[in-house]
Ligand binder design. Structure first.
Ligand code: SAM
Length: 428
């Protein structure tokens, strides 16, 4: 098939996926009672609230008069502030960052997953990207070996937060997309994995799960529901194929069995899109259970590539700035921090958003920027933390005094960083 035909069929595929969601939304709006925005959202197979809002707007323009009125009522409901579901922040954990895809489980889900892990008194449990379950399991004080693998650069040693000694707890920082073999030989009885919902990450986490489980061990894996994005169904199908090839038997999938707390960065995206009524636990995913076969698993390393190591994190007064450092960085002292669009806070958390592709700076407030000189930006961020003068610091590293223009550019950058690092961010 030619490239042109492939692109066309992808476009067709996306359109069919959107049409299916449009039908789902239409069904919700066909009844005699006007539903709330949140109840429509719950029926949309995990579709993003921003997309659901645009589907309802489309229906408002194209449907019969009575459906149109209901759509308008639901759209008005989107904009009503939600007072019923304040986010329960995790004070032990750093603020979630969009580049880590950190959707944390609700307290009910953490407890349920921890109890499921503890059935049959395991001797060893492996968690892949599940820090909240690690805290819950550490608090259970049961006597088993517990390993958490997670690539969050800001994740503290979690056993420090739970009373008592935890000699059998190990926390490993590793990028499971590029180094999924770090779990080899762990022989865990149970693995719980929650990868970012993208094929490369799902394949890496799967590989790590299989490598780290004993024969006949159980693997619980959170998987994206079909409304998550156009390719979600295909991605889950491919995931099951990889699981079979790795010698896993699929036991069950419980739809919507795990639920997440909306992270602050997603709350910012919703606010930017004018969505004020979204409930903090709107997002759910499916939970698939597998058993590893009796034969040694035949594992070939997944082909996925990862750019994670190119992003460096600098934390300024609790705010997490990530900057992508490129090999061929410019030496410019201008254009040090520019918003990727009129607002730095994007109204979406989708990786596919084209503005996100342009950005090489991203914060945990869902702000995206472009910098011409990532290394210099990192220097200025660091000088703000240390309370040093960034102009002197930049001049020293360039080995020359700054021109008046460069001088004011660096000063302005420092003010911007200080302003944007204030919590809560008051305006864009
Ligand atoms: C979807 S979140 C799951 C969090 C989980 N629901 C919880 O409540 O603990 C993904 C997790 O995987 C981690 N992560 C993201 N990409 C990773 C990668 N390539 N390798 C290892 N860990 C990764 C993130 O830091 C985050 O903790």
């Amino acid at each position: 098939m030619s490239d042109g035909a492939t692109i066309l069929s992808e476009v067709d595929h996306d359109q069919r996926w959107r049409d299916r969601l449009l039908n789902l939304a239409a069904k919700q709006l066909a009844g005699p009672v006007v539903p709330s925005f949140n109840s429509v959202l719950q029926a949309m197979s995990g579709a993003d609230p921003v997309l659901v809002q645009s589907l309802i707007s489309e229906l408002a323009d194209t449907s019969s008069l009575d459906v149109r009125d209901r759509c308008r009522a639901v759209l008005a409901d989107c904009r009503r502030a939600n007072t019923s579901s304040p986010v329960v922040e995790d004070h032990l954990l750093p603020p979630p960052h969009p580049l880590d895809y950190e959707w944390r489980f609700t307290h009910d889900t953490r407890t349920q997953l921890a109890s499921t892990a503890l059935i049959r008194s395991p001797r060893s449990v492996l968690l892949l990207g599940c820090p909240t379950v690690a805290i819950t399991l550490l608090s259970s004080h049961s006597d088993f070996r517990l390993t958490l693998v997670d690539d969050n650069p800001a994740l503290p040693l979690l056993s420090n937060f739970v009373e008592g000694d935890h000699p059998r707890y190990r926390q490993v920082r590793a990028d499971l997309t590029s180094t999924p073999n770090v779990t080899a030989g762990l022989r865990a009885d149970v693995v719980i994995a929650d990868a970012p919902f993208y094929p490369d990450a799902m394949a890496g986490f799967l590989h790590a799960a299989v490598a780290g489980t004993r024969q006949r061990g159980r693997i619980l894996f959170a998987l994206p529901p079909s409304g998550t994005r156009p390719t979600a169904k295909r991605d889950v199908g491919n995931f099951h194929r990889l699981a079979r090839e790795a010698g896993l038997s699929h036991v069950s999938t419980r739809q919507g069995a795990v639920r997440y707390l909306r992270p602050p960065f997603e709350r910012n995206a919703h606010r930017s899109a004018g969505l004020l009524s979204v409930e903090d636990d709107w997002r759910a995913a499916d939970l698939a259970t597998f058993v590893r076969g009796p034969d040694p698993a035949t594992l070939s390393k997944p082909e996925g590539s990862s750019e994670r190591s190119r992003w460096q994190e600098v934390v300024v007064t609790g705010k997490r700035w990530r900057v992508r450092v490129d090999e061929h960085s410019s030496a410019a002292v201008e254009g040090l921090l520019r918003k990727v669009s009129t607002s730095a806070i994007l109204d979406t958390v989708s990786q596919r958003d084209s503005r996100r592709q342009l950005a090489n700076v991203c914060t945990d407030d869902n702000e995206y920027f472009v910098t011409t000189n990532p290394s210099l930006l990192i220097q200025v961020l660091t000088s703000v933390i240390r309370g040093c003068d960034p102009v002197t610091q930049v001049g020293d590293s360039l080995g020359r005094p700054l021109t008046p223009m460069e001088h004011s550019e660096v000063r302005l950058l420092r003010e911007l960083i200080e302003y944007r690092s204030m919590r809560p961010l008051t305006s864009d």
